[in-house]
Design a protein around this ligand. Structure first.
Ligand SMILES: *Cc1c(COP(=O)(O)O)cnc(C)c1O
Length: 473
């Protein structure tokens, strides 16, 4: 490819350059898949030094062939290989093959989701995908949703929506126009003490501050303790505070524990609150044989679904689903240059009105392509393998005196420790990392723990057995 070819066009030469660029890239990727290790094991100082020595914006461009060669030798070998059976620290998955192809389509067409005229088919596919996802989670046709940049944005969007709606309901004030009321510091959002930190971040951005987020204690299975939750909320309510939202976690980041949505719905109703289900992780179970474990999420006023976790789609892909679609109007604002009101009257849907983003990726295509290609049975196999592997690993180490495993997994994560103290566990993780095996580390009841997050559907019981042996060594 020469630098006279700039953008993809109908010119024969541009098409040939595009084809050559993609094929040489494919070759570079494939030639880098030369081991099953997750990571080269290079230390951070060495890697930083090497990357610091690479050209950045040279006076004269290096040309495609040189750049690709350098990417292949200097960068790709130290990329994390998400598909490796030795990679299991985070809710970070390998990508389904067809969804990588979908990314190519997304980049080639570069659609944007803000207005119909920037992505006609993209808009209609997102609308259809959201409709079907709402049905999958049991919402009626009044529901709606939007794709977001990730679970954090989905959660924060939900918190903004229900803060505004709650204040409107309580005082008639339009927060969008007039900002927060004087006694905004009385607003309270309740979530488990082990929920995701996006609620704290969101509280800061929303002008409420961390103090507005009340962390509810968990029971012996790491779920919100319902009795204590009701007492804490009642006390706050009776003290004149304004409890506005409960955020249930459907699959906590470490344990995969699942809050009881039915009971939290009852508490929310008792105190006139909204209920959000952060199912960034656990939403994948809806397509598994274990879907009952996550409860009836249609009881929640909104649901966060991450497709870049259990669903194995490339980053990023997430959606916020809302039970009453009108609630998304919180983000509606018209601009003469973008989303004219008259457009909507004529059937042109401008999705910018449902999102805090303006320019936005066509991530819905990945969901559409993978759902259609795999079907319910294909996805069920993937989810069941992941959940089944966690059950197998837990079972193995519970019978082994070298290990402690405090909680039986409901999803695909297992938190455990080697007996012998924090140091032994920390050293084990570092040692494995330098050997290309990447596992997780966290803290439970003040003790350092290790963690397996078993999202990779190619992982077998034999892989797990070998890892157990390696850790023991
Ligand atoms: C991963 C996760 C999030 C954050 O999602 P991102 O896509 O990383 O922004 C929120 N909540 C839970 C429970 C998660 O596991």
């Amino acid at each position: 490819m020469n630098s006279d070819n700039t953008v993809l066009s109908s010119e024969k030469e541009d098409i040939a350059a595009f084809r050559a660029a993609i094929i040489s890239t494919l070759d570079a990727i494939i030639s880098s898949i030369d081991s099953d290790d997750a990571f080269s094991g290079i230390n951070p100082y060495e890697l930083r030094k090497r990357i610091g020595e690479l050209p950045f914006l040279p006076e004269h461009g290096d040309g495609w062939d040189n750049v690709l060669e350098s990417v292949k030798t200097d960068i790709l070998p130290h990329m994390l290989r998400t598909w490796s059976p030795s990679y299991m620290p985070h809710l970070h998955s390998p990508a389904l093959i067809e969804s990588i192809a979908a990314e190519l389509i997304i980049a080639a067409f570069n659609s944007s989701m803000d207005s119909w005229d920037q992505g006609p088919a993209a808009t209609e596919i997102e609308v259809r995908t959201i409709r079907e996802l709402c049905r999958l989670f049991g919402y009626t046709d009044d529901s709606d949703g939007v794709f977001t940049s990730g679970g954090s944005q989905s959660n924060i969007s939900a918190a903004i929506i229900f803060r505004d709606m709650f204040i409107e309901k309580l005082t008639g004030r339009d927060v969008k126009k007039h900002g927060l009321p004087d006694d905004f510091y009385k607003l309270r959002l309740y979530t488990s003490e082990i929920s995701h930190f996006s609620f704290d971040k969101g509280a800061h951005m929303m002008g409420l501050g961390y103090d507005s987020v009340v962390k509810l204690p968990v029971d012996e299975k790491e779920r919100i303790d319902i009795g204590k939750a009701r007492e804490i909320i009642r006390e706050d309510y009776e003290r004149g505070l304004h409890p506005f939202l409960i955020a249930a976690t459907i699959g906590t980041t470490d344990f995969g524990s699942i809050d009881d949505i039915q009971q939290l719905r009852e508490i929310a109703d008792e105190f006139g609150m909204f209920l959000h289900a952060d199912a960034a992780y656990g939403s994948g179970a809806i397509l598994s044989s274990y879907r009952k474990r996550i409860g009836d999420l249609s009881l929640a006023d909104s649901i966060t679904v991450d497709f870049h976790k259990m669903f194995l789609l490339p980053i990023s892909a997430s959606a916020l689903l809302v039970r009453n679609g009108k609630n998304l109007d919180v983000f509606q604002l018209h601009a003469d240059y973008l989303n004219r009101e008259e457009d909507e009257e004529d059937g042109y849907i401008n999705l910018v009105g449902k999102s805090m983003q303006t320019t936005r990726r066509f991530d819905a295509l990945k969901v559409y392509i993978s759902f259609r290609m795999r079907g319910e049975d294909g996805y069920r196999k993937i989810m069941d393998t992941s959940i089944g592997n966690a059950a197998y690993f837990y079972e193995r180490i519970s019978r082994d005196d070298d290990f402690i495993a405090p909680i039986e997994p409901e999803l695909s994560s297992v938190v455990f420790a080697l007996r012998g103290g924090d140091d032994r566990n920390k050293k084990t993780r570092r040692r494995l990392l330098s050997e290309g095996v990447v596992i997780g580390q966290t803290v439970f009841e003040g003790k350092t723990m290790l963690k397996f997050t078993l999202l990779n559907p190619a992982l077998t019981h034999e892989h797990i057995d070998r890892l157990i042996e390696r850790i023991k060594e």
